[in-house]
Design a binder for this molecule. Structure first.
Ligand SMILES: [Fe+2]
Length: 117
C-alpha cells in the first residue's frame, strides 16, 4: 500500500525471485563499499537474488501493489537489519514468516518521515 516498505533484510540460505503482479515497488539492494542500487519492479520484470543478499522493498507509488516472492530452498530464516547505537549495521535473526514485520514497516515509515524534516 502507499507508504509501506520493508526494512533491509536478507533471506539467509534462500535464493529469491520476486516480481510485481500489479502496480510497482522499489527494491533497494545494499552493496559493499558502494551506494545502494534501486530498481523499480513492475509486472513482467523479474528480479532474482542470491542467498544472503540484503534488500528492502517499498511501494512504488500509484495504485496498491501486489508482489510475488518465491524462495529456494524454502524460506526458514530472515535477517532483519537495524542501525546500532554507533550506527553499526546489526543483523537480527527472525523466522522466515517474519520477513514483513509490522515494526519494520513502521520503522521505514518513521525513517522516511525523519528524512523529510
Ligand atoms: Fe525480501
Amino acid at each position: 500500500m502507499p507508504g509501506q516498505a520493508t526494512g533491509y533484510h536478507d533471506h539467509a540460505d534462500s535464493n529469491v525471485a520476486l516480481t510485481a503482479l500489479q502496480g510497482s515497488v522499489l527494491e533497494r539492494r545494499l552493496r559493499a563499499g558502494q551506494a545502494s542500487v534501486e530498481q523499480r519492479l513492475r509486472p513482467g520484470i523479474l528480479r532474482k537474488g542470491p542467498a544472503g543478499y540484503i534488500h528492502s522493498v517499498a511501494h512504488g507509488g500509484g495504485e496498491p501493489a501486489v508482489t510475488l516472492h518465491a524462495y529456494s530452498p524454502p524460506l526458514v530464516e530472515v535477517g532483519q537489519y537495524r542501525a546500532g547505537p554507533g550506527d553499526e549495521l546489526l543483523r537480527q535473526r527472525q523466522h522466515g514468516r517474519r520477513e514483513l514485520l509490522d515494526h519494520t514497516i513502521g520503522e521505514a515509515r518513521a525513517a522516511r518521515k525523519f528524512q523529510q524534516l
